[in-house]
Design a protein around this ligand. Structure first.
Ligand code: PEP
Ligand code: MG
Length: 588
């Protein structure tokens, strides 16, 4: 019988396919005694599992594409070496004989010993090897327990056995990290459903960027949906249909066909200017997380990047990449843009964009979104910031790249940041390295205090960019990754609109560009209102580029301005909502 679950649709689109219920946790390892006559069989079982783990890793290695980053291949080689390590292998075998226990338990006891040795080490690099040993033993444990292979970081970009496992499936998980989402996209999943998470979490943003239909906040989904259940995931409505009737599947398939047709028509706009009916040219750029995303962007439009979130480089590297590695990465992005501008945001680590490696975490705090994140973390530890600033300055020596600072909340933070940028410039100068002395520097306006003093900030900057995801989170005091309060997300709240307007006015007074790169810019519902308020630079998800361009090209600024002025006088959010609907209808 069909049943329907309701969640929060965070990435539009419909997916139809079998469920893959994603368990991060291994079942509990239990100890049981074996007779001394069974010890050799138990050792053989352990040996078979180890060989199977080796086979899986080799399989992954053989199916990696040529452009797989070196650190990923290195990762797999390290794990293969660990599988052969006598400390892991011989000592586990000795435990089986000595304790007369099952292989799983013997392995667990041995791993706990190794982990303790790593924990007692002072060297942070060696400490990180602990995660490798845990991943390797988990793989052997899964083989011993006949558990399906699970997605770990060494499976990155796997398109082999594990890849075909997930292909065209709808993933059901408690939660996913941005890195999980990226890996799953490589494995060509059809969509995903999570029990937790909000529409503005980085994972949800990534899903939209990658065009993966997704629903979050479906509590107990992992219990309500069984492995291999046929499901329809409707990212537009947030509804999940489990075991849908044939006629419903036919209906959803026809919706998918209609959407494909609509998108095909939109492609006529590719590489055409974004220009209102009355001739105002609008800057329409895209958001990226990695240089490879430029390719995705170019599928929709040959344009620049208004927000390059560099955290993914740090997350994938699981640590702090050096100046040269960063320079190479940013330069790769710049090169693929073929002359279009690249706005590189300095790292915004913290909150939902955290490193997996716990030794590199910021402090564990109750409110990470209000804690040591983004520029705060960089100012506290310039050893994170300076290599990145130098890498960006160097990149700008080779083409139109500029630097953007996230989470600035007051003028003194900006002043400290600018001082560090000057320090980086002098260091590069003394090293006689090519860089752009006059690089354009901008700040994200994503904290209410920054919007309120945007005029002062603007005097020291070349551009501002409104980050509505955080600006709305902080203005309305709701956690952007908590589905329980995600109903509070309202870009049309008068307080939010006022802060946006103040920022636009500050830019105009100081004669600097103001862009918007938060999710509000990617939602066609708000495009006309923003145009009417005076926004002329949008940076949006690749997927939304043509939709937004279509709206821009079918709008008239002269008509929008007076209507928007009236909307800005309203104080009731419901009335504002209705008025914006009306505004949109005027042009359809
Ligand atoms: C924002 O806050 O709107 C933004 C673009 O930054 P992020 O989503 O990466 O926090
Ligand atoms: Mg932000």
């Amino acid at each position: 019988m069909t049943s329907v679950l309701q969640g929060i649709g965070v990435s539009k689109g419909i997916a139809i396919g079998p469920a893959y219920v994603y368990y991060r946790e291994l079942p509990e390892v239990l100890e049981y005694a074996i007779s001394k006559y069974a010890a050799d069989d138990e050792v053989k079982r352990f040996e078979d599992a180890r060989v199977e783990a080796q086979r899986q890793l080799n399989n992954i290695k053989n199916t990696l594409s040529n452009d797989t980053p070196h650190d990923i291949t290195l990762f797999i080689d390290t794990h293969l070496l660990m599988l052969d390590d006598p400390v892991l292998y011989e000592d586990t075998v000795s435990h089986i004989h000595a304790r007369l226990c099952n292989a799983e338990w013997a392995l667990q006891v041995q791993v706990e010993r190794i982990v303790k040795i790593f924990d007692d080490m002072d060297d942070p690099y060696l400490k990180t090897r602990k995660d490798d040993i845990i991943h390797v033993t988990e793989r052997i444990q899964r083989c011993l327990m006949n558990e399906p292979e699970v997605n770990h970081s060494e499976d990155k970009l796997d398109t082999g056995k594990f890849g075909s496992h997930l292909k065209d499936r709808i993933i059901v998980a408690d939660d996913l990290t941005p890195a999980d989402t990226l890996l799953m996209q490589h494995q060509k999943i059809a969509g995903f459903i999570t029990e937790y998470g909000g529409p503005l979490s980085h994972t949800a943003i990534l899903a939209r960027n990658l065009g993966i239909p997704a629903i979050v906040g479906v509590h107990n989904a992992k219990h309500l949906i069984q492995a291999n259940d046929q499901i329809v995931l409707d990212g537009n409505t947030g509804k999940i249909h489990i075991a849908p009737a044939k006629k419903d599947v036919t209906h959803f398939k026809s919706l998918i066909r209609d959407e494909n047709k609509r998108r095909k028509l939109l492609f006529d706009l590719k590489n055409k200017p974004a220009k209102t009916e009355d001739g105002l040219k609008i800057n329409l750029h895209g958001n990226i997380d990695r240089p490879a995303d430029v390719r995705v962007l170019r599928q929709f439009d040959h344009t620049g990047v208004g927000l390059y979130r560099t955290e993914m480089l740090f997350i994938e590297h699981n640590g702090m990449p050096g100046e040269d590695e960063q320079f190479e990465t940013y330069r790769r992005a710049l090169r693929s843009l073929k002359g279009h501008p690249l706005t590189i945001r300095t790292t915004d680590l913290g909150a939902d964009k955290e490193l997996a490696d716990t030794t590199q975490h910021g402090p564990l705090v109750h409110n990470p979104a209000l804690g040591l994140r983004a520029i705060r973390r960089c100012l506290k530890d310039p050893s994170i910031f300076l290599p990145q600033v130098k890498a960006i300055l160097r990149t700008a020596g080779y083409g139109p790249a500029c630097m953007m600072i996230p989470m600035i909340s007051c003028i003194s933070e900006l002043e400290q940041t600018l001082e560090l940028i000057e320090q980086a410039k002098s260091e590069l100068k003394s090293r006689r390295i090519r860089f752009d002395q006059n690089i354009k520097i901008g700040a994200m306006i994503e904290v209410p205090s920054a919007a309120l003093v945007a005029d002062t900030l603007a005097k020291k900057l070349d551009f501002l960019s409104i980050g509505t995801n955080d600006l709305i989170q902080y203005t309305l005091a709701f956690d952007r990754i908590d589905d329980e309060v995600s109903y509070l997300y309202n870009p049309l709240h008068p307080a939010v609109l006022k802060l946006i307007q103040m920022t636009l006015n500050a830019g105009e007074t100081q004669g600097i560009r103001v862009s918007m790169c938060g999710e509000m810019a990617s939602d066609t519902l708000y495009t006309r209102l923003l145009l009417g308020m005076g926004l002329q630079c949008f940076s949006v998800q690749a997927n939304s580029l043509l939709d937004i361009k279509h709206i821009i090209n079918n709008s008239e600024i002269a008509k929008l301005r007076p209507l928007t002025e009236e909307i800005m006088k309203l104080t009731d959010p419901t009335e504002i909502n209705l008025a914006v609907d009306e505004l949109n209808r005027c042009f359809s």
